[in-house]
Design a protein around this ligand. Structure first.
Ligand SMILES: Cc1ncc(CN)c(N)n1
Length: 224
């Protein structure tokens, strides 16, 4: 199956994600608050692009149940996930507005939007899959380590991505992607694997860019 294969092929990257200092500090609660807010600001912007890619998948889906799933997921990204973000971002108030969109956030968002606009439907499905699956994998691992402690500073983040309802949506996205891959030509299947791998790499880069609070190296000459 496509998903089993790709999970195997990206296992080194998954280990690096789980071991990244941003992720381990998120899990043990030691993550600096401003670093987390920087991440949340970037993520709120990223989610708009992600939701557009999901909406494109809905438009392109041949099957109406799949179309409804992608449209529902776009709604979840824009409403439920962003609600989680605004709770954390409100703490920073106007200062959040001054945080420039990072190069990595822009690159990942642009990749998803370009894929949504110009690639076949199965490739769009593969490109958005890491956004579901990797977050559920990380959320579940952090819950196992941190436990269900409401006093944990990032409890809401952990419970959002370890939620069984979110896990069900991941299973659905995987099932759709597996079905599309099974019916795809070898070239399309390879393009799906490339798109999945690229998005998974961007997932690591997104944590890393937040950890470094990545800015534009050109900022001293041109405001980003
Ligand atoms: C970068 C990123 N990737 C995935 C997710 C989970 N939808 C997220 N909120 N942000």
């Amino acid at each position: 199956m496509f998903c089993d294969d790709i999970w195997q092929r990206t296992s080194d990257l998954m280990r690096a994600i789980h071991e990244h200092p941003f992720v381990t500090a998120l899990g043990d609660g030691s993550l600096d608050r401003d670093t987390f807010v920087f991440y949340m600001v970037q993520d709120a912007r990223y989610l708009e692009a992600f939701a557009k890619a999901l909406a494109a998948a809905s438009v392109r889906a041949g099957d109406s149940a799949d179309a409804a799933f992608w449209a529902q997921s776009a709604h979840t990204a824009l409403v439920a996930e962003r609600e989680l973000h605004s709770g954390y971002i409100d703490e920073l108030g106007d200062a959040a507005k001054g945080i420039a969109t990072s190069p990595t956030c822009l690159a990942y968002s642009s990749f998803l939007q370009a894929t949504a606009l110009s690639e076949p439907y199965p490739v769009i499905a593969a490109a958005v899959l890491p956004c579901f699956w990797i977050y559920q994998d990380v959320g579940t691992a952090l819950l196992a380590k941190a436990g269900d402690d409401p006093a944990h500073p990032y409890a809401k983040w952990i419970s959002t991505y370890s939620d069984p309802e979110f896990a069900a949506s991941v299973e659905r996205a995987k099932a759709i992607t597996d079905r599309l891959a099974a019916a795809a030509s070898p070239d399309t299947r390879e393009a799906m694997a490339q798109a999945y791998g690229r998005a998974a790499a961007y997932e690591w880069m997104f944590w890393d860019s937040a950890w470094r609070r990545e800015g534009w190296p050109t900022a001293e000459w041109l405001a980003p």
